[in-house]
Design a protein around this ligand. Structure first.
Ligand code: ADP
Ligand code: MG
Length: 580
C-alpha cells in the first residue's frame, strides 16, 4: 500500500470556487443576491442594469445604508456578514442574507466593483479581480451602494459554458427581479436592459405591485385580498377572482418571510381552498404571502434559500384552505353586495366567461332559509293525502320505535311524528349519508374503462400516487403505468363514472392524504346518487328512508350538516305561547 496520502485539504482559492458554484450558478443568482443585499440595506429605491444578458455586466444601485470603509474592506471575504454573529442567530433571521457568502462567491467568479457611501458625501470604492483587490480608495458617491459584476465566470470557464444565450439569461433575471419586487411593494424597483428602462415598479400597495408586475394576469381592481392571522404566523392571499383561469399551477406564487419558495403543499392549499371554483384541470392564479416567526422556519437548507423547513406547515395549510373557503363563501352573498365574487360584466375577459358561468352553476344557495318557500298550496299537496299509518320498526337493538309519516313538504323534506316530536327530514342529505356509509362498508365493484383516463400531474404528485396504488385499488380505482411512465386509470367503480373529473382533480391536487381523497370521493358519489331537493318521493321510498335515518348512529351528512330538525311538542307549545 502506498504511503502517499490521497486526501488533501483544498487550497482556499479552489475551495472558494467550489463554494461559489453553490450560491451563484447563473446571472440570475447574482441578481438575486445583489437585490437581497440592497433590500437588507434598507433601500427605498433599487435599480438593476443588465448588459449582454448580465454576462457582460450586472449592476445594482441602491440608496440604502451604504458601508463604512472598514466594512468595504472585508465584505467580499468568505463568511463576512453583518447580519449574523453566532449560530443562535440562525433561528432568528429577519434579513434576506445571513451567510456572508454572496459577495465572496461573486468575487471568486467575476470582476467585482463596489462603490458605497453612508452619507452621500464621502464614499469608497473597491475593485476585485481574480479574488484580489486591485484598487481601493475614496470616491464621490451618492448615499447607498453600487455593485457591478462584470464577465461572470471569466475565471470558471467550465461554468461559463453552462450560461445560456443572453436572451435566456435576461429572462431568468427578469423573473427574479419581479419575484423580489413582489415581496417588497414599499420599495421602488427599476430594471434597465442594455441601458433602457424596461420595467418601473413604483412603491405602493401590494395589490398594485402585483398588478404592475404581472400586467397580463389581471387589472388591480379584480384582485381579492384575504388575510388570516394565527399564533406564530400570518397569511395574506391575493388572487384575481375566478375569471382568471390557468391550465397549470405556475401562477401560484408562494412567499415565506418575503422569500419566494417552492413549497408544493402550500400551492395545493391554494388549489384546495378555491377548488370549488376551478373545475377539473383548471387552476387559479394566486399570490400567497406567509410571515412566520423566524424561530419556526429554517431557510438554511438550500444554497439559494428556495426551500424552507416550516415547523407548523399542516396548520398553515389548513389556515390557507379555510381562509379561502370562508372568503368565497362570504362572497356568495346575494347580488348587490359591494364586494361580489363576480366582477361586473364589462370587467370579465370575454374569452374566459364560460368558466365564470360554469362555476356559478355549481354553487348551492348560501342558506336554505333564504330561499323563498314554495307556494303553500303546492307544498302541502301530499301532506296527509292518505290516512297516515303508524310504522313500526326496530332499527337497532337499543332502539325500538314507531313513527308516523305525514308527507313531503317543499319537495325536499319529509315530515314525521315520532314520540313527542315532529321531525323535518332533509331527503337529500339523508340519502346522501346512507349511500356514503354504504360505499364505506362495501367492496367496490370494479369496471374496466373503455378509454383509460390519463393522470396528468407534476412529478411530486406522481410519486405520491405511486406510493399508494394499493390503497386506490382498495376503493376500486385501478391505476397503471404505461411504457412511457404515464399513469392512467384503468378501471374504477361505476359509482365514480359520472365523477371522472372529480376523481382526476382530487388525484392531481392531492397532498398524499389518501383518507381525505376517499372521503371526498364517496361524499361526491353519494351526493350524485341521492334524491335531490325537488324530487317527489313515493310513500314506500319515504318510509324506507326515514327508517334508515332513525337507525343512523350519527344523523349528519358526509359534510357534517344535520339530517333533520326535531321540533318537540314542548317547544311547539312554547312557540305558540300555549300552556296546555
Ligand atoms: P450576507 O448578505 O449574507 O451578509 P453578502 O456576501 O451578501 O453576505 O454581503 C456581505 C456583507 O456586505 C453584508 O452583510 C453587508 O454588511 C454588506 N453589504 C453587501 N451589500 C451591501 C449593500 N448593497 N449595502 C450595504 N451593505 C452591503
Ligand atoms: Mg447577501
Amino acid at each position: 500500500m502506498s504511503e502517499e496520502r490521497r486526501i488533501h485539504v483544498l487550497d482556499k482559492v479552489t475551495a472558494s470556487k467550489i463554494a461559489a458554484g453553490e450560491v451563484i450558478d447563473r446571472t440570475s443568482s447574482v441578481v438575486r443576491e445583489l437585490l437581497d443585499n440592497a433590500i437588507d440595506a434598507g433601500a427605498t429605491e433599487i435599480s438593476v442594469y443588465l448588459t449582454g444578458g448580465g454576462i457582460k455586466e450586472i449592476r445594482v444601485i441602491d440608496n440604502g445604508c451604504g458601508m463604512s470603509r472598514e466594512d468595504l474592506d472585508i465584505c467580499f471575504l468568505p463568511h463576512s456578514t453583518s447580519k449574523l454573529s453566532s449560530a443562535d442567530d440562525l433561528f432568528n433571521i429577519m434579513t434576506m442574507g445571513f451567510r456572508g457568502e454572496a459577495l465572496a462567491s461573486i468575487a471568486a467568479s467575476a470582476k467585482l466593483e463596489i462603490t458605497t457611501s453612508e452619507n452621500g458625501e464621502i464614499g469608497y470604492g473597491i475593485s476585485i479581480d481574480g479574488g484580489k483587490v486591485t484598487d481601493l480608495g475614496a470616491v464621490k458617491a451618492n448615499k447607498g451602494t453600487v455593485v457591478s459584476v462584470k464577465e461572470l465566470f471569466c475565471y470558471l470557464p467550465a461554468r461559463r459554458k453552462f450560461l445560456k444565450s443572453p436572451a435566456a439569461e435576461t429572462s431568468a433575471s427578469r423573473t427574479v427581479f419581479y419575484e423580489k419586487a413582489l415581496a417588497f411593494p414599499d420599495i421602488t424597483f427599476k430594471l434597465f436592459l442594455e441601458g433602457k428602462l424596461t420595467s418601473f415598479l413604483p412603491a405602493g400597495s401590494l395589490k398594485k405591485r402585483i398588478a404592475d408586475a404581472y400586467p397580463s394576469l389581471a387589472p388591480e381592481k379584480l384582485y381579492h385580498q384575504v388575510e388570516a392571522k394565527c399564533e406564530g404566523y400570518s397569511v395574506t392571499i391575493l388572487f384575481p377572482g375566478v375569471e382568471v383561469v390557468r391550465r397549470d399551477r405556475r401562477d401560484i406564487h408562494i412567499y415565506v418571510n418575503s422569500r419566494p419558495i417552492q413549497e408544493f403543499a402550500l400551492v395545493q392549499a391554494v388549489c384546495y381552498g378555491l377548488s370549488a371554483y376551478f373545475p377539473g384541470g383548471t387552476y387559479p392564479a394566486a399570490f400567497l404571502f406567509i410571515q412566520i416567526d423566524p424561530s419556526l422556519v429554517d431557510f438554511n437548507i438550500h444554497p439559494a434559500k428556495r426551500e424552507v423547513k416550516i415547523n407548523n406547515l399542516p396548520m398553515i395549510h389548513r389556515t390557507v384552505v379555510e381562509a379561502l373557503k370562508q372568503h368565497m363563501g362570504e362572497l356568495q352573498k346575494p347580488a348587490g353586495s359591494t364586494d361580489a365574487l363576480y366582477p361586473k360584466d364589462e370587467e370579465i375577459p370575454k374569452t374566459l366567461s364560460f368558466v365564470a358561468e360554469k362555476t356559478q352553476m355549481t354553487f348551492s344557495p348560501a342558506a336554505p332559509s333564504s330561499k323563498p318557500a314554495a307556494p303553500a298550496g303546492r307544498s302541502f299537496s301530499n301532506l296527509l293525502k292518505d290516512k297516515p299509518e303508524v310504522v313500526s320498526f326496530q332499527p337497532s337493538p337499543e332502539y325500538k320505535g314507531d313513527f308516523r309519516y305525514l308527507g313531503q313538504i317543499f319537495d325536499s323534506f319529509l315530515l314525521c311524528e315520532r314520540e313527542d316530536s315532529l321531525y323535518i327530514i332533509d331527503q337529500h342529505a339523508s340519502q346522501e349519508r346512507f349511500y356514503f356509509d354504504l360505499f364505506l362498508s362495501s367492496r367496490p365493484e370494479v369496471h374496466q374503462l373503455l378509454i383509460p383516463y390519463n393522470i396528468e400531474c407534476e412529478s411530486q404528485v406522481k410519486e405520491l400516487i405511486e406510493k399508494q396504488l394499493d390503497k386506490y385499488a382498495e376503493i376500486g380505482i385501478i391505476i397503471k403505468k404505461d411504457e412511457t411512465g404515464q399513469l392512467y386509470i384503468d378501471a374504477m367503480p361505476s359509482s365514480f363514472f359520472e365523477l371522472k373529473n372529480d376523481v382526476l382533480n382530487l388525484l392531481v391536487t392531492q397532498t398524499g392524504d389518501f383518507e381525505n381523497i376517499k372521503t371526498e370521493l364517496y361524499a361526491r358519489a353519494a351526493c350524485k346518487k341521492a334524491f335531490k331537493a325537488g324530487d317527489a318521493i313515493d310513500y314506500d321510498k319515504a318510509i324506507d328512508l326515514i327508517k334508515k335515518v332513525f337507525a343512523m348512529p350519527m344523523p349528519r351528512c358526509p359534510h357534517g350538516r344535520p339530517l333533520y330538525y326535531q321540533l318537540t311538542k314542548d317547544k311547539l307549545y312554547q312557540l305558540l305561547e300555549r300552556t296546555v
